[in-house]
Design a binder for this molecule. Structure first.
Ligand SMILES: [Zn+2]
Length: 298
């Protein structure tokens, strides 16, 4: 019995250390691949898109790999104590799994709440880095919200007006070449089935069955396209009532007297769930229009 247990421990030691090494290599490989894929992209807009969809994911996967490596490593330490009784084996296993889970959980929270601000800064660098006209080599100029409208068609302007899509228009001032880039806006609007623009907005919610404290209710959501006026409706469930419903109100007007002197308006919205959202606008008029359309669920 004693002998088989110590033999088992010796094998366990080898396997755990081997897997630990493999996990560390895996974690490093994820970071290297991420780095290489990012630097292989030459277009700034594509770099931005790559960061938006992959950066958090890749970093989180590498953290998981390192946490697994640490968990496996802890399962190989204090071998002289563990060999005394198999109870110690399970104690060590339990502590290791707890530490590993805790690291993954804390990293998950950090990636969810703290990292987005850092990532946004990283992404902004690529979004506003002056574009170079591929044909002429000239440095292009980014147009302001007011100047860009002439280059956008009506559908694109409608998308910008409901804050679902943000278009950046870059112009080569010597040749007049225009480059239009599409970015996600601050608010959610759905793609319209009829015209294809992202201008479908919630217009009205009708409660058909009122929710009570014990049962769910039912509601019809009516959507309308801000561009082609197509309509759509959807039936959804309404959650049971809770006694601690809190209400929020938004300022109806947020204009300053010297509007033209304002360069940037930052809105920081703190939601009761602990989430913080930061939005930036070039004028208080824009910020005000945004607040009028802002819905907490979005
Ligand atoms: Zn439409």
């Amino acid at each position: 019995m004693e002998l088989t247990y110590s033999k088992f421990l010796a094998v366990w030691q080898i396997i755990a250390l081997g897997l630990c090494g493999a996990s560390i290599i895996g974690g490093i490989l994820i970071l290297i691949v991420h780095r290489l894929r990012f630097s292989s992209i030459s277009d700034y807009k594509q770099k931005y898109d790559y960061l938006a969809s992959n950066d958090s994911k890749m970093i989180f996967w590498s953290i998981i790999a390192f946490a697994v490596a640490l968990t496996l490593f802890i399962n190989t330490v204090y071998d002289s104590t563990v060999v005394l009784s198999y109870v110690w084996f399970f104690v060590r296993l339990f502590i290791a799994v707890c530490i590993g889970t805790l690291i993954i959980y804390i990293s998950y929270l950090m990636m969810q709440f703290a990292y987005p601000t850092t990532l946004e800064k990283k992404m902004k660098r690529w979004r506003y880095k002056p574009r170079v006209n591929k044909k002429t080599g000239n440095v292009m100029k980014l147009l302001s919200e007011d100047e860009e409208d002439v280059h956008l068609d009506e559908g694109m302007q409608a998308e910008e007006n409901v804050f679902s899509v943000d278009y950046d228009v870059w112009v080569d001032e010597t040749t007049g070449d225009v480059q239009i880039e599409k970015y996600p806006g601050h608010l959610i609007a759905y793609q319209c089935n009829s015209c294809g623009f992202k201008t479908m907005k919630l217009q009205k919610e009708e409660i058909v069955v009122a929710p009570t404290e014990n049962t769910d209710g039912e509601m019809i959501k009516n959507y309308q396209c801000n561009y082609c006026s197509a309509k759509r409706s959807k039936t959804v469930k309404v959650a049971k009532l809770s006694q601690t419903e809190s209400h929020y109100e938004l300022p109806a007007h947020l204009h300053f007297k010297d509007e033209e002197k304002v360069n940037l308006v930052t809105l920081e919205i703190l939601i009761s769930t602990g989430k913080t959202k930061i939005f930036e606008f070039t004028s208080t008029k824009q910020a005000s229009e945004f607040l009028n359309q802002f819905k907490i669920e979005e």
